[in-house]
Design a protein around this ligand. Structure first.
Ligand code: SAM
Length: 287
């Protein structure tokens, strides 16, 4: 098979199978070989790795991943794309395609049936309509499974979400998602991707992020669930102070919150958006 990531190859494949894009599945296929190769390169995938690709589409990135990785397991929801993938990836014996919804797949089951003992490296151009549930689903299940199933995630997502995930305290993008991802990974913003390398062009800007899975959380906290309840409560009303937002949502006495803030040397007018993950962990243990 020729390189799929070009406008002419992509059109030819779509015509051959009479395929039309489905907006509801977030189908925007890459048509630039350099961009695809760059994403695969920065993912750091080698022949020792098994890659989990979410949403292979017509196999654009799968084809390049198959060159670099030991094995590729690709999960695609759209049944119409399965015969297309059989055709485009016929020369790639190290690729297995599964027709399923990634949100209904258990990472543990994928790992047990298709992988050796090695953790997956996830590499994907994600369907943007479910970016957050996919990323959080993978991170939470990996945490429950003793962090053995994943080693890294390199994904193209909507730029605005990439900025929220990699945001630092005190910025307007910083929030629950930044803190949740920071609890499980070391995130980095890797590159911007222009809309003209997709067919059809998405209506939003895109970017690639990398998430290196941590073996241990970066902070010590007694009750993880309580920590996340506190973080959500602190950002429930962004414009309010930490005390007003949390006391309203969690029904905690304001004096307890005042004492907790004093214990970490923060004044009572502080807002959630400036607090670090470490500070949230200390507050959670105190309250
Ligand atoms: N990887 C291809 C590329 O880069 O050209 C396609 C990427 S396209 C942005 C997203 C792909 O994810 C589509 O093929 C779409 O059908 C698939 N998809 C959407 N929702 C999915 C889900 N819940 N589970 C698995 N795949 C899904």
């Amino acid at each position: 098979m020729n390189i799929i990531a070009t406008p002419s190859s992509t059109k030819e494949i779509l015509d051959r199978f009479g395929f039309s894009f489905k907006k509801k599945f977030g189908q925007n296929f890459l048509i630039d070989e350099n961009v695809v190769r760059k994403i695969v390169r920065i993912s750091g995938v080698t022949v020792d790795d098994t890659v989990l690709e979410i949403g292979p589409g017509i196999g654009t990135m799968t084809q390049i991943l198959a060159e670099e990785a030991g094995n590729v397991l690709a999960v695609e929801i759209d049944t119409k794309l399965i015969p297309v993938l059989e055709f485009t990836l016929a020369d790639c014996p190290n690729v297995t395609v599964i027709n399923n919804d990634i949100l209904k797949c258990k990472l543990k089951e994928l790992s047990d049936s298709y992988n050796s003992e090695k953790p997956f490296k996830v590499v994907a151009n994600l369907p943007y309509y479910i970016t957050t549930p996919i990323i959080m689903g993978l991170l939470e299940e990996n945490a429950v499974q003793n962090k053995k199933l994943l080693s890294s995630i390199t994904v193209m997502i909507q730029k605005e979400v990439a900025e929220r995930i990699t945001a630092k305290p005190g910025t307007k993008e910083y929030g629950v998602l930044s803190l949740a991802v920071e609890y499980y990974t070391k995130p980095s913003f890797l590159m911007n991707v222009p809309a003209n390398v997709f067919m059809p062009r998405p209506g939003v800007d895109s970017a690639v992020i990398g998430l290196e899975i941590l073996k241990e959380p970066p902070v010590d906290v007694k009750d993880e669930k309580k920590l996340f309840r506190l973080i959500k409560a602190a950002f429930a009303q962004r414009r309010k102070t930490f005390i007003n937002s949390v006391s309203g949502v969690l029904n905690v006495d304001k004096s307890v919150l005042r004492d907790a803030l004093a214990a970490i040397d923060r004044g009572e007018s502080v807002r959630g958006e400036v607090l670090t993950l470490e500070e949230f962990a200390k507050l959670s243990d105190f309250i």
